[in-house]
Design a protein. Structure first.
Length: 94
């Protein structure tokens, strides 16, 4: 008697589960990724007025002001902090 596995032809999976693409990994929850990693990071923000660089947390919960000219660099939202218009940033690397 034939079993179900013997009757069905071999099929490939529609996507590779061991080697997901970078875009698929970015969409997943931080704990359900293949290798767990946080969504938050530190960044260097350049003030548009005095060009001073300040280190800011990506999910800052308070308003961050420039140390020299007291201009607002970012304001908190529910998740990530929103940069002020004109501010440029660079993600800090370990």
């Amino acid at each position: 008697r034939e079993t179900l596995i013997e009757r069905t032809p071999w099929r490939t999976m529609p996507r590779d589960l061991l080697n997901p693409s970078a875009s698929e990994e970015a969409r997943k929850h931080k704990l359900k990724r293949l290798v767990q990693s946080p969504n938050s990071f530190f960044m260097d923000v350049k003030c548009p007025g005095c060009f001073n660089i300040t280190t800011v947390f990506s999910h800052a919960q308070t308003v961050v002001l420039c140390g020299s000219c007291s201009m607002m660099l970012c304001q908190p939202t529910g998740g990530r902090a929103r940069l002020t218009e004109g501010c440029s940033f660079r993600r800090k690397v370990d």
